[in-house]
Write a protein that binds this ligand. Structure first.
Ligand code: ADP
Ligand code: MG
Length: 255
């Protein structure tokens, strides 16, 4: 089943990038990237290895400052905002490399996410929210286990729960399906859909094309730091430039 649909005319931008660039020495890792992410949308960013996807996500979440360009979260200019301010403004992120506090319990890890992510929240409230999030992400049965005991899929669920604990309007996901078996990836797809259905807009990087096809309302294709194409899954995968960019790469477009 394809979730592809065009942007409704009434959709409001939640995240907008205008000519974002990031140089590392002589390398243009991200070059003049512009896109708009609309409220309620699941937007995929794809592209061959080294295309600049993770660097773009780092620019969005505030790990890096752009060399040029601007970034807005709703009406707020967050181009140079520190990570904490972006988080409080509604930008949540689950990382490609899963990194909970290993000795703390699953529930404590999510509680910490709530405490750090929300201004003025008190501990009992954070603990309560954490239990709700463990229910939502299918981890309730594992609440009191140490985080290091989790399986890879459970780790990814925990990472998503921790990001949700910051109460984001936009959730950024960097290859959260990586390493999952097909049945597990399907579960993760359902989790992401459920999050969107709860009113959170999602921007995700993914190289598993069936996942992109099933989840993305719209796809931005990057290659060599630039936006190569933008459209529905069907549109971008029929684009000869996109096909060419993937040729000869390990993943391949339809691998
Ligand atoms: N911190 C960094 N310092 C120098 N070069 C980097 C850094 N991060 C990424 N790069 C380079 O920028 C390019 C884009 O990398 P990346 O954003 O990780 O691509 P992707 O996530 O699409 O695989 C690559 O050539 C990579 O080697
Ligand atoms: Mg990457």
């Amino acid at each position: 089943m394809s979730a592809a649909q065009s942007v409704p005319a009434s959709a409001l931008p939640v995240l907008r990038a205008e000519n974002l660039s990031k140089r590392f020495g002589g390398l243009n890792a991200v070059q003049n990237v512009s896109f708009t992410h609309y409220a309620g949308e699941i937007l995929a960013v794809i592209g061959p290895n080294g295309a600049g996807k993770t660097t773009l996500l780092n620019l969005l979440s505030g790990v890096y400052r752009p060399s040029t360009g601007r970034l807005w979260l709703q009406e707020q200019d967050i181009t140079n905002a520190p990570m904490e301010r972006r988080c409080h403004a509604g930008l949540g992120r689950a990382f490609q490399i899963v990194r909970p506090f290993p000795e703390m319990t699953v529930h404590e890890n999510v509680t910490v996410g709530a405490l750090f992510g929300q201004r003025g929240i008190r501990l009992p409230q954070a603990r309560e929210q954490a239990y709700d999030l463990l229910e939502r992400t299918g981890l309730a049965a594992h609440a009191d286990r140490a985080a290091h005991e989790l399986t890879l899929l459970q780790d990814k669920r925990l990472e998503v729960a921790r990001a949700l604990a910051t109460q984001p309007r936009v959730l950024l996901l960097d290859e959260v399906m990586a390493g999952l078996r097909p049945a597990e990836a399907q579960e993760a797809v359902e989790l992401v859909r459920g999050i969107r259905d709860s009113g959170i807009s999602i921007l995700f990087i993914e190289h598993i094309m069936p996942v992109v096809r099933d989840l993305a309302d719209r796809v931005v294709v990057m290659d060599q730091g630039q936006v190569l194409a933008e459209g529905t899954y069907r549109e971008v995968t029929a684009n000869p430039q996109v096909v060419a960019a993937y040729l000869g790469t390990e993943a391949g477009l339809h691998a």
